[in-house]
Design a protein around this ligand. Structure first.
Ligand code: AMP
Length: 273
């Protein structure tokens, strides 16, 4: 695996077919699933590790975000990753264009006001300097995938977005670097987030969509010391909240953000009905 640290070194890759996996490091099996899927494309795979300051709010965990570069390198080598891009912050952020996404103020954007604009700005820069044929992202960050889809269309990038289903622990808990902040007990609690999403989806299929059912599920999570930021059903394209209906039809995402202690977790289920 070749390590690249500057835009200049990237230039030699411009003629290659590349699949790009952006990450913030502290790699887990979810990230590695993206790398494995990227490898299947028969392109060369480039993974970036960069903790993007533009997507963190001032009271968030930018400074304490887990950093495990040595282990990350070994994991990527085991997956036969071709290139690891470790950009220097000054070079990457220099002259960056501030993006605005139409999804910025929905779902996670409500309590993370500049988060998605920060994500879009950095991914735009990556797409400009790496010029990949594909970008591979996780469905766990469903809203982020919509932001990047919008970005690709807006700037006419010749890059295909490929999304990969969420990798989970045996308990159902979505894998996340932030799970490292949880105790074993809290991880057991956190698994209730996914099981409640599944139960709610099953109820929707059985009874139609009732706000009362949603309220009951939110109360259940709260009773289990899970501080729900949002837990709702959205249109999978517009992210508009869905009204009650005895018979839904369309593409939906049942999505939640919740805190356990100070740790903010997200999860979702995407489905068509
Ligand atoms: P992050 O390092 O958190 O910025 O994530 C980098 C990429 O990995 C994003 O596209 C995420 O959606 C994806 N990702 C994170 N967790 C998972 C997971 N549990 N399953 C699949 N993809 C994931």
């Amino acid at each position: 695996m070749k390590i690249i640290k500057s835009n200049k070194e990237l230039e030699v890759l411009n003629s290659k077919k590349l699949a790009f996996v952006p990450t913030m490091g502290n790699l887990h099996a979810g990230h590695l699933k993206l790398v494995s899927e990227a490898k299947k494309l028969e392109y060369e795979v480039i993974v970036s590790i960069f903790v993007n300051p533009l997507q963190f709010g001032k009271d968030e965990d930018f400074d304490s975000y887990p950093k495990t570069l040595k282990e990350d390198k070994l994991k990527l080598i085991s997956k036969e990753c071709d290139y690891l891009f470790l950009p220097k912050s000054e070079e990457l952020l220099n002259g960056i264009h501030q993006e605005t996404s139409k999804y910025n103020n929905f779902l996670c954007g409500i309590d993370r006001p500049e988060h998605f604009n920060g994500v879009a700005s950095i991914i735009r820069k990556f797409l400009e300097i790496i010029q990949p044929n594909s970008i591979i992202m996780g469905e766990k960050d469903f809203q982020q995938t919509l932001v990047i889809k919008e970005l690709i269309i807006k700037h006419n990038f010749k890059c295909k977005l490929i999304t990969i289903p969420t990798a989970r622990e045996n308990s159902g808990l979505a894998m996340s670097s932030r799970n490292n902040y949880l105790t074993e007990n809290e991880k057991m609690q956190a698994a209730k987030i996914y099981s409640t999403l599944v139960d709610t989806k099953n109820l929707i299929f059985k009874n139609g969509f009732k706000r009362k059912d949603l309220k009951n599920k939110i109360n259940y999570l709260k009773k289990n010391n899970i501080n729900v930021i949002y837990f709702d059903l959205f249109d999978a394209e517009s992210l508009e909240s869905i009204n009650e209906s005895p018979r839904l039809k369309g593409d939906f995402v049942l999505a939640t953000a919740a805190k356990i202690g100070n740790t903010r977790l997200i999860d979702n289920i995407v489905f068509s009905i």
